[in-house]
Design a binder for this molecule. Structure first.
Ligand SMILES: C[S@@+](CC[C@H](N)C(=O)[O-])C[C@H]1O[C@@H](n2cnc3c(N)ncnc32)[C@H](O)[C@@H]1O
Length: 334
């Protein structure tokens, strides 16, 4: 006689769901309150920090202890201090500050909360529409992406193609972070940022503030409607294709190619999945965010990019994914 044994599966993944939200929500709140900035002056009690932030201490204290558990603060003798990481990245005014990203997190979290309704209605419930957002919303969103685009531009500047490049175009360039970083690193480079008319004032302001208005042209241009005009020897497009439908991606690739010289390199940086749709895991998560964010945008697969770029006359396709779910695709115009 055999006895059937019931194996009870672990429920740990279910039990851990709520706890997994504490750190993201606490850090977002801290950034919204600019909490790490006064702590750059030294450790503070709850009361001292509350006074610096112009809030009451009681509710603040709960946030402070969670931030200690989350390893963004330390506490000793009732005084809270930034960890090295918070001091380096999250103090406003520091050149290494990246805390503006909380605006993008807010968009992401709002979108994720709407997943079921977006699927039920087949309509993005937290839609990002770059043409019709208010200037304030657009400004918050774009400025949240700025540090990332500057960092990307700096890392890209080491690519050998930039040693000889003179004429860069950045498609859907947002705040101009890529153009700014690349022009700072390569004094002989001129850049053109093209984007929808609504974004251009934000780009112009950032380029002006960087003191690079003489080397960076910002141009209102819908790349889906017109072939790119110019003789650009290098092109970038960061977080751009993923906001479009597959059909639009194909069209955009062709319109970009039209403005590039022979052998120009196109660098695409964004959320791309392997053909399995299962990795990198961050990119799979982004695809879920896009469900509620864009009419048609997706974390497209490597093969989809290969086809669009090949059909638009690009060759030497390569893709390097990083652990954050971002991929760098490069291709050469034939
Ligand atoms: C997610 S944002 C990325 C901005 C910037 N590249 C960055 O990485 O910070 C996508 C950008 O593509 C622009 N965009 C969308 N459709 C476009 C189109 N048809 N022509 C030009 N730009 C477009 C948007 O206005 C927006 O600035």
């Amino acid at each position: 006689m055999t006895t059937e044994q019931t194996i009870i599966p672990s429920r740990a993944a279910i039990d851990n769901i709520r706890a997994a939200t504490f750190t993201p929500m606490a850090v977002r709140a801290a950034l919204q309150l600019s909490l790490f900035t006064p702590l750059a002056r030294g450790p503070m009690t709850t009361v001292e920090l509350a006074a610096a932030l112009d809030v009451r201490p009681r509710r603040l204290e709960a946030l402070l202890y969670q931030l200690v558990l989350s390893e963004f603060l330390t506490v000793s003798d009732g005084r809270f201090a930034n960890t090295d990481m918070a001091a380096y990245y999250l103090v406003e005014g520091a050149p290494t500050y990246i805390g503006g990203i909380h605006g993008v997190w807010t968009e992401n979290f709002n979108a994720l909360m709407q997943t079921a309704e977006s699927i039920r209605t087949d309509t993005p419930q937290n839609k990002i529409d770059f043409s019709s957002m208010s200037q304030e919303e657009l400004g918050d969103f774009m400025r949240g992406m700025h540090a990332g685009s500057v960092a990307f531009g700096r890392s890209l500047s080491k690519q050998p193609q930039f040693a000889d490049a003179r004429n860069l175009v950045d498609i859907g360039g947002g705040t101009g972070g890529i153009c700014i970083a690349l022009c700072e690193e390569h004094p002989r480079l001129h850049a053109t940022l093209v984007d929808l008319p609504s974004v251009i004032p934000i780009a112009a302001e950032m380029v002006e503030a960087a003191g690079l208005a003489d080397r960076i042209t910002v141009k209102p241009f819908d790349i889906l409607n017109n072939p790119l005009e110019g003789e650009f020897d290098v092109a970038t497009a960061r977080h751009f294709f993923q906001v479009l439908s597959a059909k639009q991606c194909s069209k955009a690739a062709q319109n970009i190619a039209a403005g590039l010289t022979r052998d120009a390199t196109l660098y695409v940086n964004g959320i791309v999945t392997d053909d399995s749709h299962l990795s990198p895991t961050e990119a799979v998560g982004y695809d879920l965010i896009f469900v509620s964010t864009f009419d048609d945008g997706r974390a497209y697969t490597e093969s989809e990019y290969r086809v669009w770029l090949s059909n638009a006359g690009f060759t030497d396709f390569s893709r390097e994914p990083n652990p954050m779910g971002l991929s760098l695709i490069s291709a050469r115009k034939t």
